[in-house]
Design a protein around this ligand. Sequence first.
Ligand code: NAD
Length: 499
Amino acid sequence: MSKPETRAQWQQLADQVQLRNQCLIEGQWVAAASGRGFGCISPIDGRTLTVVADGGGEDIDRAVASARAAFEDGRWSKRTPTERKQSLLRWADLIEANAVDLALTESLDMGKPVADALNIDVQGTLRCIRWTAEAVDKVYGEVAPTGHKELGLITREPLGVIGAIVPWNFPMLMASWKLAPALATGNSVVLKPSEKSPLSALKLGELALEAGIPAGVFNIVTGHGPSAGEPLALHMDVDGLVFTGSTGVGRHLLQCAGRSNLKRTYLECGGKSPNIVFADAPDLKRAARAAANAIFFNQGEVCTAASRLLVESSIREEFVAEVVKAGRRLQPQHPFEPGAAMGAIVDEGQMERVLGFIAKGQSQGAELALGGQRTLVDTGGYYIEPTIFDRVQPQHSIACEEIFGPVLSVIEFSDEVDALRIANDSPYGLAAGLWTADINKAHRVARELRAGSVWVNYWDGGDMTAPFGGYKQSGNGRDKSLHAFDKYTEMKATWIRLG
Ligand code: NAD
């Protein structure tokens, strides 16, 4: 399908888009065992898109049993890496052929600009699946440096059944970061998408079946965290649990693993990422535009959002003025509007939560420099203006807690030591950025920042070639790159005595 150009064209396609709403278990589309469903509401206009199966413990049990049977009989796990690669590449081709539908589904379900869904979410998903599929038949085992009389083989084997629990901010992309390495290495999967954005995952499941990934290998149970996610996390027959979401839920999942079978548990959690601008930054106007994009992209609903802007005292006033100028241009619009910089906040609850933080920022004494209001109320959707607070103190709630919305906190610092102290004074350690023309300072500061990704003179660099994940309470383990395979495989040492 050719790419729509106007809002009317996108709307016309949206009116025809087919949305799946049942669980996928053993290759069959099924209602929840309880018969219950929940309304899937579009944040664009508050309209109910469809009623989705509200899966629970019984559905999880069936999906895990299906994944286990598939794993044990080898219908996927015992295919050669090259055969699995070929199926995954076919899957990617089908995703590409359905790119417009998938982008629309994502935008309708969670409110992001449809052009971003197409150019970033779908493209990122394709790149993830293709890169991982291409890698999997090029990874070798090892031979231990043993003595003459023995042979030590170090090999990797799939874990077995993987439970994957993912969030709503990049639903399809976050799912693909788990699905691609899990499936490529031969595991079976039970995916639990977020109840706020379950629809694109179901389309991925449909296309996986069409691509020849056998029934039972990739199962999907839609439903809520406590009723569908938790039984998966507690399940005695799940070997690995991979999660992207909030630090609070991640903490709970580690407890579930401890209370059940010590399943391998890997978490990609929250962040409160510092973006440090030194007075000697090479191009302050570019840095200011980047600072605004780094918080307002995807409505601020990004784990690596640059939500803390640390600015050196001598340039604070002029720099903040530039950021405000750049932020003012990024007003939310209907997500089908060409060029929309921001869309809708995922749901009413999240909108209220963000507005609550804005009220707290004001009551704790920060200076509101831009925005601060709900907007486009007439649409029936949930939109918030790009919001900037100046003169924020590091102890203010808006500087410490993850807001996950379009709210920037500007904090002043006096020198390099002060900047690092403020930047690292956080339970999170997902990402950080710094801007300077001094290469020594860039390396010094980058080394001292306690974060899994550090960007120098830009924000949000990186692709499938580098690992992604957090220090501290931002998580453990890494998605993307060959390092992602570590999470989905056990390492075996086989010793052979040579006669
Ligand atoms: P969330 O933690 O509320 O939900 C994530 C998933 O966990 C959902 O599928 C939800 O249903 C499930 N869940 C909730 N309670 C559960 C429970 N008791 N047992 C099992 N599962 C449960 O997070 P969210 O609001 O969907 O997403 C936003 C969060 O995700 C932010 O904190 C953000 O920083 C984080 N995130 C992190 C990354 C990363 O790579 N580090 C990427 C994207 C988002």
